[in-house]
Design a protein around this ligand. Structure first.
Ligand code: DP6
Length: 357
């Protein structure tokens, strides 16, 4: 008797052009394109094992060992149903020899290797790993791009975690979402000097979820409409070029402007949404001052902060400046006080940092 089981893992990604707003909440089609960096180290990953068996009575999922409900018609159910459909259409219908395992129920176990309490988004890596593991289980010939369209329906940002390196999610124009896909702009090997420092400011659960927050923004913010029409398209192009040319100065300027505008759009929402706290803002001030001194010396920007829907900072910096940036952050925010928890160096071969070095 055959055993049908497969395991896959996917890392977290951190956007430099933010996705914020849906034009279709069911298919998860965004109101603007976005671009992110997939973190390529072992620290922040989801690993998922799926198993299909004729004896299973229902689809079930465990998250970090605890069963999570698969709500009918919900995001998890949609992703699982889409993967079964792909198995049936692209494998079983084409080759009657293949076992009809798309009829079996699945059991799925997913683990995040970072503390869920770290307050870092796990839905992106989680849905990407889920879709990747089902793709293995079903021996699908599907490309990462096709899989991105399914992961997208689990959580928008998850579509970008199916690729490594620098990844764009094109918003697309089709009402059925067929062209709302992730694509790799450049592999990590193109710019291996790029690092991301995760500064865990707070591990408290965020007040307003991305899903509900962005919907409220779509309904109430005029600034979002300006961002969609007049800001993001040009920024997508400029930051892609900066990445291709390894132009850190431009990359940093756009990254910080886009983080700022995302938080401005959150503030422009009714009622307003605040994701950053005083420590987040102090880190911004520090990076701004650091860059100002660097520009004065004729060296251009050396660090770029970005914040998602929470107070934790991610600072992008090139390898040659990482040590200096970490020392700076740690000297202003000595480790272990209540407000500032941790700095993790990620992305790239030598991403792990020795804070004592
Ligand atoms: C601020 O992908 O978590 O991190 O599609 O509703 O699941 P849903 O939202 P989600 O939103 C991420 C928002 C963000 C920006 C980004 O990652 O682009």
């Amino acid at each position: 008797m055959s055993i049908y089981q497969a395991t896959a893992s996917a890392p977290v990604n951190i956007a430099v052009i933010k996705y914020w707003g849906k034009r279709d909440t069911k298919l998860i089609l965004p109101t603007n394109s976005s671009l992110s960096v997939t973190l390529d180290q072992d620290h922040l990953r989801s690993t998922t094992t799926s198993r299909a068996d004729a004896s299973f009575e229902r689809d079930q999922l465990w998250l970090n060992g605890k069963e999570d409900e698969i709500k009918p018609g919900g995001r998890l159910a949609t992703c699982i149903a889409e993967m079964k459909r792909l198995r049936k259409e692209t494998v079983e219908d084409k080759n009657p020899e293949e076992p009809k395992i798309s009829d079996y129920k699945v059991h799925i176990a997913s683990y995040n290797n970072f503390p869920t309490a770290a307050g870092l988004a796990s839905s992106a890596s989680g849905f990407a790993a889920l879709v990747a593991s089902l793709a293995h289980l079903y021996s699908l010939p599907a490309s990462p791009s096709v899989l991105s369209a399914i992961a997208r329906q689990g959580s928008g940002s998850a579509c970008r975690s199916l690729f490594g390196g620098f990844v764009a999610w094109d918003m697309g124009t089709q009402p059925n979402g067929s062209d709302s896909l992730a694509r790799q702009v450049a592999p990590q090997s193109h710019w291996p000097e790029m690092h991301a420092l995760i500064c865990v400011v707070s591990d408290a659960k965020k007040g307003t979820s991305s899903t509900s927050g962005m919907q409220r923004t779509v309904e109430t913010s005029a600034l979002l409409q300006h961002r969609i029409a007049h800001v993001v398209p040009e920024r997508m192009e400029s930051i892609s070029n900066a990445i291709l040319q390894k132009d850190f100065d431009t990359f940093a300027r756009i990254t910080m402007k886009d983080s700022n505008q995302f938080h401005a759009v959150a503030l422009d929402t009714e009622p307003p949404i605040f994701y950053m706290n005083d420590v987040s803002r102090a880190i911004i001030a520090l990076v701004v001052e650091y860059n100002r001194l660097s520009v004065e010396k004729g060296q251009g920007y050396k660090a770029a902060y970005t914040y998602d829907a929470g107070p934790n900072a991610v600072i992008y910096a090139l390898e040659e400046n990482v040590k200096e940036v970490v020392q700076l952050v740690v000297s202003y925010f000595p480790q272990k006080p209540e407000e500032f928890k941790d700095v993790l160096g990620l992305f790239g071969e030598r991403g792990s940092l020795d804070l004592n070095a």
